[in-house]
Ligand binder design. Structure first.
Ligand SMILES: NC(=O)c1ccc[n+]([C@@H]2O[C@H](COP(=O)([O-])OP(=O)(O)OC[C@H]3O[C@@H](n4cnc5c(N)ncnc54)[C@H](OP(=O)(O)O)[C@@H]3O)[C@@H](O)[C@H]2O)c1
Length: 335
């Protein structure tokens, strides 16, 4: 029985690290905005690789990463019981110091490692990564924008990608990959995208000048070289890519402790570099840039499937196949 005066909401919670089945739908206390926060009634959120990695305490990435993951999220059990770091919804209440947003505004954004978006409501600081929704987009489209795109921008900027440079995006059909192709093209690069047969037309439509089907051709053996190789899906390696980098070229990983070590070591010893900057620092300015690009028809989030919030376990199992195309959305009913 709930205590009297309990102002509840539906949320997906987890009390221990483990497989997707540790997730369950529950009634929890609805958050109240602090003076600099907005309370958002969430219409759509996502299940992404950050949710999955955090829920599993990054066990798949080895003991070292798992320990770091637990130090960040809670050593014995998760400190934040609600996952979800992307959202789109409507402002339901505002703190007394909020000036940028009003009740009823449609907004989208990223709560980052604060999570809390797998719920009917969450609070977010107005100065954080939250912005008015791009005109003409649905909640489902808007919620699928931040994580992949902010990550891709962070990686591409780290390499100082310039107009006219040649970039190869490996894993071009994933969440970060579909964003990486579009953003590299927006930055003026000549983009080659690598994916499997079924996704070739999609990545071409996102702005790739050339596409390579990795089931038929090994890009490291065709003699082509690139200024930047962006491993957007964590399935390649600097060692295998090195010969395909131009002198002074950069390999951008999205995963792997060994890449962090290489990033530090190679910057002193080699002309070809691994650029891996952790932790990523996503900004509100970049979210506003994405809004502009969407409104100008220069960016779109690719959505594979949408599930109702109550089917979060099925959605998570699908994300963990590592075969999703773009993003997986959760819709929040009653919103
Ligand atoms: N640890 C964390 O907290 C965290 C958070 C976010 C992201 N990341 C990392 O960022 C990377 C990308 O995440 P994401 O969400 O963008 O990925 P994703 O969406 O799950 O990637 C799925 C795509 O990868 C492609 N793929 C699968 N196996 C492949 C292979 N062997 N070679 C090339 N492509 C392959 C599949 O397309 P095809 O059928 O076309 O191959 C599929 O479309 C991952 O390494 C992830 O671990 C880590």
């Amino acid at each position: 029985m709930l205590p009297s005066g309990f102002n509840g909401m539906k949320a997906v919670v987890y009390d221990r690290y483990g497989p997707p089945e540790v997730l369950r739908v529950a009634q929890v206390e609805r958050p109240v905005p602090m003076e600099d926060e907005v309370l958002v009634r969430i219409h759509a959120t996502t299940v992404n690789r950050t949710d999955c990695a955090t829920r599993g305490a990054n066990r798949r990435s080895g003991r070292g990463i798992s320990l770091i993951s637990r130090l960040v999220s809670g050593v014995r059990r998760p400190r934040q019981p609600i996952l979800g770091n992307e959202l789109a919804g409507v402002v339901d209440a505002i703190g007394t110091a909020v000036t940028e947003f009003a009740v009823g505004d449609q907004v989208f954004g990223s709560t980052g490692f604060r999570f809390g978006a797998h719920a009917e409501y969450t609070c977010i600081r107005e100065s954080a990564r939250i912005a008015h929704m791009p005109a003409g987009t649905s909640f489902e489209q808007a919620t699928a924008v931040p994580d992949g795109a902010l990550n891709a921008l962070w990686c591409l900027r780290g390499a100082g990608l310039r107009s006219g440079q040649r970039v190869l995006v490996y894993g071009a059909s994933g969440s970060i990959g579909t964003a990486g192709v579009q953003l590299a093209a927006y930055l003026g690069a000549d983009v080659t995208a690598v994916c499997s047969t079924k996704n070739l037309e999609l990545v071409r439509s996102l702005g790739a000048g050339r596409v390579i089907d990795y089931t038929k051709e090994d890009f490291t053996k065709n003699g082509e070289t690139y200024d930047v190789i962006f491993d957007a899906v964590g399935k390649h390696s600097f060692r295998r890519c090195r010969g395909s980098l131009k002198p002074g070229g950069s390999y951008l990983p999205t995963d792997g402790l060994e890449n962090l070590v290489r990033a530090l070591w190679l910057s002193r010893s080699e002309d070809k570099k691994v650029v891996f900057r952790l932790p990523p620092r996503y900004t509100k300015k970049d979210l506003l840039l994405l809004k502009e690009l969407i409104e100008a028809g220069k960016y779109r989030a690719v959505i594979d499937r949408a599930y109702p919030l109550e089917e979060v376990v099925e959605a998570t199992r699908y994300v963990e196949t590592e075969q999703k195309t773009g993003n997986v959305v959760l819709t929040v009913s009653g919103a």
